[in-house]
Ligand binder design. Structure first.
Ligand SMILES: Nc1ncnc2c1ncn2[C@@H]1O[C@H](COP(=O)(O)OP(=O)(O)O)[C@@H](O)[C@H]1O
Ligand SMILES: [Mg+2]
Length: 308
């Protein structure tokens, strides 16, 4: 089975700067794949090579089995691209922007009119289609660019930081639209928001300084963190006393006390019943599982937080 995207030892050099290096990746058809990395990691460079806007210095990249070096025309027919910058024509209305794109892709007017109507409806932009993009909010402009990328019914959709700069509500709206259009399309998105990758993606690659540093499902990446599972126990009183008891237990890896809240790191979640037995008689207000975020994963892999 041909992969949607495949790269082999891909590299890109800008003068003396190696922006992409030894980059090998495989993206399955129909998946939502997230490429995560801080600013300057090389995400846009990779997207520009995959979408045939720029040539690699060395290595190979294939889109649906087509070579980015000499099958650009065939590739561009298969893909939709949402670039990092919106790149809308401000002197055309929203609808005219879409019609221009459809004509550039050789679509017939009967087909593109219907498709534009459907997509504007789906994206919640139908009522504003005669307005100019400058009058749109950031979230609406982003949705318009996504609409434009979907017009010619691509098999693969590339989104370069689809929600950067949007407020949390618009970000969630864009996430909903991405989920609703996914279907059997392959979606490749870049982001520097860990939560975004976690919410949307089946698989995630983390990159920094042009290199791939981790690859897997969200759960796999979380599991790569050491320390097992962490539970938070909130006591009404006596936290210190019980912290001492818990610290002495074999399956407890670590303990942290903050006021009446004790965080307990367990080797396996099965140890929880032992912990609960040891708390017999204690005034426990709440026990909760502390979810690890991808931020934790990122810090444990790169040693630093996300640079924003
Ligand atoms: N056209 C270019 N010429 C020279 N350096 C570039 C160019 N485009 C990007 N870079 C540099 O390459 C590195 C990767 O950039 P980019 O791919 O845009 O990263 P990201 O999208 O992850 O923020 C950065 O250090 C950036 O400054
Ligand atoms: Mg970028």
């Amino acid at each position: 089975m041909i992969s949607a995207i495949q790269t082999q030892s891909l590299a890109k050099q800008y003068g003396s700067l190696l922006a992409l290096s030894e980059f090998t990746l495989d993206v399955a058809r129909g998946s939502i794949f997230g490429l995560l990395g801080p600013n300057g990691a090389g995400k846009t460079t990779l997207i520009r090579i995959l979408t045939t806007l720029m040539r690699q210095t060395s290595g190979e990249a294939f889109i649906e089995g087509l070579d980015t070096r000499n099958q650009g025309r065939e590739i561009r027919r298969l893909i939709g691209v949402v670039p990092q910058e919106n790149s809308l024509d401000r002197y055309l209305t929203a609808r005219e922007n879409l019609e221009l794109h459809a004509r550039l892709h050789g679509m017939e007017s009967k087909r593109y009119r219907k498709r534009i109507d459907e997509l504007l409806e789906l994206m919640g932009l139908a009522g504003r289609q005669k307005d100019f993009p400058d009058t749109y909010s950031g979230g609406m402009q982003r949705r318009l660019v996504v609409t434009r990328a979907l017009l010619h019914e691509p098999k693969l959709l590339f989104l370069d930081e689809p929600t950067t700069g949007l407020d949390p509500q618009s970000r969630r709206a864009v996430w909903d639209y991405i989920r609703s259009i996914a279907g059997d399309m392959t979606i490749f998105l870049t982001t520097h928001y860990l939560e975004e990758a976690e919410q949307l993606c089946d698989r995630i690659a983390i990159m920094d300084h042009g290199r791939l540093i981790a690859l897997g499902s969200t759960q796999e990446l979380k599991d790569r963190l050491t320390g097992g599972t962490v539970y938070e126990i909130v006591f009404g009183a006596g936290a210190e006393h019980y912290a001492v008891i818990l610290r002495g237990m074999a399956c407890v890896l670590g303990i942290q006390v903050a006021g009446q809240t004790v965080s307990v790191g367990l080797e396996r979640w099965e140890c929880l019943s032992e912990v609960i037995a040891a708390l017999n008689g204690a005034e426990v207000r709440r026990i909760s599982l502390k979810e690890r975020t991808l931020e934790d994963v990122f810090i444990s892999l790169t040693g630093t937080g996300v640079r924003e």
